[in-house]
Every structure is written in structure tokens, then in C-alpha cells.
Design a binder for this molecule. Sequence first.
Ligand code: G1P
Ligand code: ZN
Length: 543
Amino acid sequence: MTIHTVNTTTFAGQRPGTSGLRKKVSEFQQPAYLENFVQSIFNTLGDCAGQTLVLGGDGRYFNRHAIQVILRMAAAHGFARVLVGQGGILSTPALSCVVRKRAASGGIVLSASHNPGGPDGDFGIKYNIANGGPAPEKITEAIYGQTQVLSEYRISDAGDLDLDTLGRARIEQMDVEVIDPVADYAALMTDLFDFAAIKALFAGGFTMRFDGMHAVSGPYAHAILEGLLGAPRGTVINGTPLEDFGGHHPDPNPVNAAELVALMSAPDAPDFGAASDGDADRNMIVGRGIAVTPSDSLAIIAANAAVAPGYRGGIKGIARSMPTSTAPDRVAHALKVPCYETPTGWKYFGNLMDAGMVTLCGEESYGTGSDHIREKDGLWAVLFWLNLLAASGKSVDTLVREHWARFGRNYYSRHDYEAVESSAAEGLMAHLREQLPALADQVIDGYTVDFADDFVYKDPVDGSIASKQGVRIVMTDGSRIVFRLSGTGTEGATIRLYLERYERDVAMHDIPAQEALAGLATIADRLAGLHQRTGRDRPTVTT
Ligand code: G1P
Ligand code: ZN
């Protein structure tokens, strides 16, 4: 085995986005593209002698190849040890868990999350720091800086490692351990939730369908739901990870998981339905005839946190991304704990959790989690709901309705306009920004604008500032219109429009969401020139 120094030239555009570097597989397949980015991570980290790195991904196409390359490069960079998931598999939450439990210095997650996979799909790579969470912007920017100046990378010429057999091996001077991707994570879940109660629930005939969407949550769901919790076989469907996710879009929302939603509305619907995304950090919660919005799910989890053993002592606070509905804020207020509003992206929650300021975090994009790790966690949310269903003996529908009756309902929807020409999307945002100073106090179609701004976040822990995080137009009744551009898309630009309307009156809690939000959608279109600028007469995806 020999370590080689290979000359390389830089690639433009290797700037990590909302969640790591995501590009088309074909882009990653260019010679040295992956190597340059990995070397840039290592250059940013500096001397890694004595350190442990955790490595794994969601099993999508290119995962195995990338793992072999990164192992050879980690050996050349002088890591003492790499823990790699068997088969190259580690869900994003499991990787976060392993980094923390094994006191690693960091981890590399290979995933493009909910983006499609396969040779024509997307691939992604993300660096996580020692707390188990995504690297903060100062590190991702330093990595980007390296990608613009590096001129060589270092790699061992060792042969491929057997990723499928648990055990230890060596590459150069580096120890490699192929670990069970599920064990540490499953153990953590048994600490947090009342497994005995959930087991009794299933033993009593409770029925559930968990859709793994052919992504990485399958092995975890099989082991935990059907294994440890005794749910009947067949509870987990699409539970075998495939390199192309079976050609589907592994994004759990009512559009991509339409089959599950339809099943949950059928006369013989199971009691509970759930789904998770490509790398298992997102979740969708569905009851009989009701899909719970992620914002409501966070609020309901917060209001009922004490049912789960891991949260018996109460929660310290909540954080939600700015576009997420304000339903959790109402719960925080009632619990007399703080609620922080952060920019979109899980990396902004890390400091708050590390500082002990919040316990629960969530995003409207089907991401929910807590300070048990530093990533959002799909199965964690599902297990929380199971714990709540077991403890309360109520249905999902009853729990949601009782929550609305107590706190009011935050009607909520996100409209995505995908693959819009970048200049049109930038133009739309610029046009909105120009109007912001004049919007306050204007009365538009019966709504009075309270304030309008481009969201700026000052991290209360380290004082760092993130600006231009989305345009928000907030009405005096709490209704909101938010616009931002996606930071994870790989084709043109994706415009996200988020709509929210608060309704206190129980008698008004049964309006279909799009109907309840139609007035705000019209205002949003008019202010942004959405249809006119994009040429689209409807969103690509409405969730
Ligand atoms: C999207 C979601 C965001 C989430 C991210 C990574 O980012 O909107 O909440 O953190 O994926 O899962 P966006 O494409 O909007 O930048
Ligand atoms: Zn994901």
C-alpha cells in the first residue's frame, strides 16, 4: 500500500448548500470531483492524527464507490480510525448518534436526502462535527474556500475494503471498523421511549404501516418496529434500501407518499401510518383520514413531551425554522419555555441544543427531532407518536383536534415552484425585497401587514449573523407569507412559498387547508408576480 499525492484542478460550484454539497451523480462522477471535495474537508480539519471519523450513507447509487474513495483518502490524511456502517449504510440520525456515542471527531454523511437517486439522480456529501451535527457555516465556507484553491489530494492505493462483513481491517496505518448501522441507534431509542407500552399497544392489535420508501430507514424500522416492538411483519413496507429508491422520490409528504395517504383514508385503514425519506431524517405522520402537518406534529410532541421517559423532566425550549408555522410557539408560551426562530437548515439548531437552550426542534419540511442527537430524526418522531398513542389511548385524529381546540389551528401549506430559471427566481426575490420597506401598515384584501422583512438571524450563542434567509410578510392576525429560494435543489432554482393562517375558533377548524389559505396565496402571487415571472400557473408541488 502506498499513499499518492495527485495533482488536481479546482471545480467551480462546490459550495455546500442548506445541507452539504448536492449535485447530479454525473457531476460527482467527473474525475477528481469527489476527491477534491473530500480533500477540502480534510484540509479544513487540519491534523487528524489520533482522531476517529464516522462514515456512511443512505445507500443510493455512488454510495459504495464514494465510501471506498473516502476510506483511502482518510488513511492518507492520517486518521487513526474510521467507523463505517455495514454495506456503507448509516442513516443521517444514526451517524449523528454514532459520532456522539463513540466520541468521534466527526462524520461524513453521503446522501442527497429526499432528492431522487440512481445514475440520473442526485448525490450528496456533508461533514458533521464532533457534536454529531452538520458543520456550521464557518466550517462549510472554509471547505468551500479550500475547493477553490487546492492543487492536490492524497489517497492510498489500497484495494477495496469488504463493507459487508462486520469487523476490523486496516488501510495503511488506519483502523477501519465495519459496524452494525442499527445497534447504537436502536439502543438510544429504547432509552428515550416507553418500549413496553408500545409493545403492549401492538400486542393488543394496534395496526400500523411504515413506508420506508426503499430508502435507508427500512433496516432501522424492521429492526425496531417489527423486531424490538413486536409489530407484525408487513408493518414496514418498501423496507429494502435500493440504489434508485425504486425510481420514486424518497420524500415523505402527501404528494410523494400518496399511496400511504390513500391507504390511511380507506375504510380498512390501519390505526397509524408513517413514512421516512432517503436518509431517514424526515418523517410523515398520518392518522386515519388525517395527515399531520410537520409544524403541528412538533407542537403536539412539545405539548405532550412528558409522556416519553426521555422527556419526563420537561423540555427546556423549542426551536423552529422561520418558515415553520407558529403552532409550536403557542405551546412554548403555555409551557413558559422559550421558542427560537432560526433560518432554514438543521445546522442552525446545533448551538441552541449544545448550550442546553432547547430540547425540541423542527422544520415544516417534515423534519422533527430533539437534543438526543444533532440531526433531525424520522424514526424518533414516529416512535414519539407511538409512545403518545400508547400512553393516551387516543387516535391521531383526536389528538390533533384536541390540540387545535386548546391552542387554535395554524392552517399551513408550502407551494414549491421547481426548476424555475435562476434569473427569474432571483428577479422575483429582488422584486419582493424592493417592496419590503413600504409594506408595513398596508391593508391588503382585508389583511393588515404588521411587518415585512428579509429574515436575519443572530445566533444567541455565538453571535454569528445569517442574513437574507427569506422574505416574510407578517399580518397583524399572525398570518404569514414567506418566500425563499431552496438551497438543496440541483436544477435551476426552486421557489418556496409558505402560507400560514391562524384560526382560534373550533367551528372553523374543518376548512380544507388550500381553501383556508387561498386569500393569502392570491396576495402572495400579486406581490411577487409569481405567475407572471415564472410562467407557471400553479406550483409544482403543494404540501
Ligand atoms: C430543504 C428544507 C429544509 C431542510 C433541508 C434539508 O431545504 O426546506 O427545511 O433543512 O431541505 O433537509 P431547502 O431546499 O428549502 O433549502
Ligand atoms: Zn433527509
